[in-house]
Design a protein around this ligand. Structure first.
Ligand code: C5P
Length: 229
């Protein structure tokens, strides 16, 4: 079976060598990888370029948050490296700067609306007057206005993001767990089919695949479920 480009596997391992070993085990079953902050701290960018050279798609989950000029230059540099997806915090200035930085390139920008670790009480403590869901909705609309390509959303918010964003908006959902896998720390998980049905354009599915005894077989099962959704 060929890879489903809607499946993104996060390389949540401490070293680039471990990431390379995982990619080798997944062989041609997975074509899209997420490189997060853990690898960013070591040689994540070199790994990202290697994956691109091998024909993979690369999602840089670096959640940029800085003044506009800095975000714009960072997005332009990452677009030059040929990466495919980049996350930024979903504040209007940050998103608009990232959109300028990647203009004319293949890099697409995703806004991280509200971190799913934040509760309504946490938002009050930070100083926001809105609930998490209201803030998510506000930021989806601001992402559209800023001209970025989509958002990262939990499966519970995927429908909202799809309905506001329209058919071409990217809705990337982590928190995906097939029925046969452990939930780990994903409390409000959805299956791959449920996430796609709710409006996800891509799903991020990590430990059910990466922690499996046979990661390739697990990835094939997820891809089969996606095809049947
Ligand atoms: O192993 P698992 O499928 O839980 O991995 C999910 C990935 O998505 C991890 O890299 C995690 O950091 C990321 N993520 C998440 N929930 C969010 C945002 C990102 O699980 N709200």
């Amino acid at each position: 079976m060929r890879a489903d480009p809607r499946l993104i596997v996060p390389l949540d391992v401490p070293t680039a060598d471990e990431a390379r070993a995982l990619v080798a085990r997944l062989d041609d079953t997975v074509s899209f990888y997420k490189v997060g902050l853990e690898l960013f701290a070591t040689d994540g960018m070199a790994l990202a370029c290697e994956l691109k050279a091998e024909g993979k798609q690369v999602f840089l989950d670096w959640k940029l948050h800085d003044i506009g000029a800095t975000v714009e230059r960072a997005a332009a540099a990452l677009a030059g490296a040929g990466c495919d997806l980049l996350t930024v915090h979903a504040e209007p200035q940050v998103m608009a700067a990232a959109a300028r930085g990647c203009a004319g390139s293949g890099l697409k920008i995703l806004g991280v609306t509200v971190l799913t670790s934040l509760t309504d009480a946490d938002l009050t403590e930070i100083g926001y007057a809105e609930t998490a869901r209201a803030l998510v909705e506000r930021r989806i609309r601001q992402a559209l206005a800023a001209g970025i390509h989509g958002v990262v959303a939990s499966p519970l918010e995927a429908e909202l993001a799809r309905s506001i964003g329209g058919p071409d908006f990217l809705v990337v959902t982590p928190g995906v767990r097939p029925d046969w896998s452990a939930k780990n720390d994903q409390a409000r998980a959805a299956t791959p089919a449920e996430a796609l049905k709710a409006g996800a354009s891509h799903i991020v599915c990590g430990r059910p695949i990466t922690a499996a005894q046979d990661p390739q077989a697990a990835a094939l099962k997820v891809v089969a479920e996606m095809a049947g959704s």
